[in-house]
Design a protein around this ligand. Structure first.
Ligand SMILES: [Fe+2]
Length: 180
C-alpha cells in the first residue's frame, strides 16, 4: 500500500495522479481518518485474514473480480460508477488477492483526496461514513475478498446534502473529532 495526495488534474482516473514531487500520506494520517490497514502476504493468507476477521467481527465474505477482459463493453461504464464519490453505512473491507487499484478517501476537514494504491496482500478497512471512490489502474484487473459483518449493505450514498446529514456520516465526523 502507498498513500499520497491526489493531484486533482484532469485525465484518466486510472493514472497514478501523484504530485511531482509526490506528497506522501502517513499511516498515522490514515489512522486519524479511521482508515485501517494490514499487509498479509497472499501465500497462506487464510489464517491471518481469519484472525483479523474474527477480531473485528467480520463473519461473511465473498470474492469480487473486476477486469476489462471479463466485463467487455460494460467495463468503462462500471469503473466510472465506482469512481462516483459516496459513503456507506457500514465499513468497506477489501483484501486484495491479485491485481491492483486505487481507493481515494476524503481527508476531513481539508476535503483533499488521499489516494491509496493497493496491491496483493493489502487489507484495507474504510470506516462507515467516510466519503470515498475506487478505480482500477492501468492494469485493468483486480480480484479482492469483500468482508462484511452480517448482511452485505453495499448501498452507495452519493455525496450531497442528504448524505451529509446521514447519521452514519455524522457519527463518523464525531469519531474523528470533526464537527458536532
Ligand atoms: Fe464504496
Amino acid at each position: 500500500m502507498r498513500a499520497y495526495y491526489f493531484d486533482n488534474l484532469p485525465g484518466d482516473q486510472r493514472l497514478p495522479h501523484d504530485y511531482v514531487p509526490s506528497r506522501p500520506v502517513s499511516t498515522e494520517t490514515l489512522a486519524s481518518l479511521n482508515v485501517r490497514f494490514w499487509h498479509i502476504p497472499v501465500e497462506g493468507y487464510e489464517d491471518a485474514v481469519d484472525a483479523v476477521a474474527k477480531e473485528r467481527g467480520y463473519k461473511n465474505r465473498d470474492t469480487i473480480n473486476v477486469s476489462k477482459e471479463g466485463m467487455g463493453d460494460i467495463y468503462e461504464e462500471k469503473i466510472r460508477g465506482f469512481f462516483e464519490e459516496h459513503m456507506h453505512e457500514d465499513e468497506e473491507i477489501r483484501y486484495i488477492l491479485s491485481g491492483s487499484g486505487f481507493f481515494d478517501v476524503r481527508e476531513t476537514p481539508s476535503d483533499a483526496w488521499i489516494r491509496v494504491a493497493v496491491e496483493p496482500g493489502d487489507l484495507l478497512v474504510l470506516p462507515a461514513g467516510i466519503y470515498h471512490r475506487f478505480t482500477l489502474d492501468e492494469k485493468d484487473q483486480i480480484k479482492a475478498l469483500r468482508l462484511f459483518q452480517d448482511e452485505p449493505k453495499w448501498i452507495p450514498h452519493a455525496r450531497g446534502s442528504a448524505t451529509d446529514a446521514n447519521q452514519h456520516r455524522l457519527g463518523y465526523l464525531r469519531e474523528i473529532g470533526v464537527g458536532a
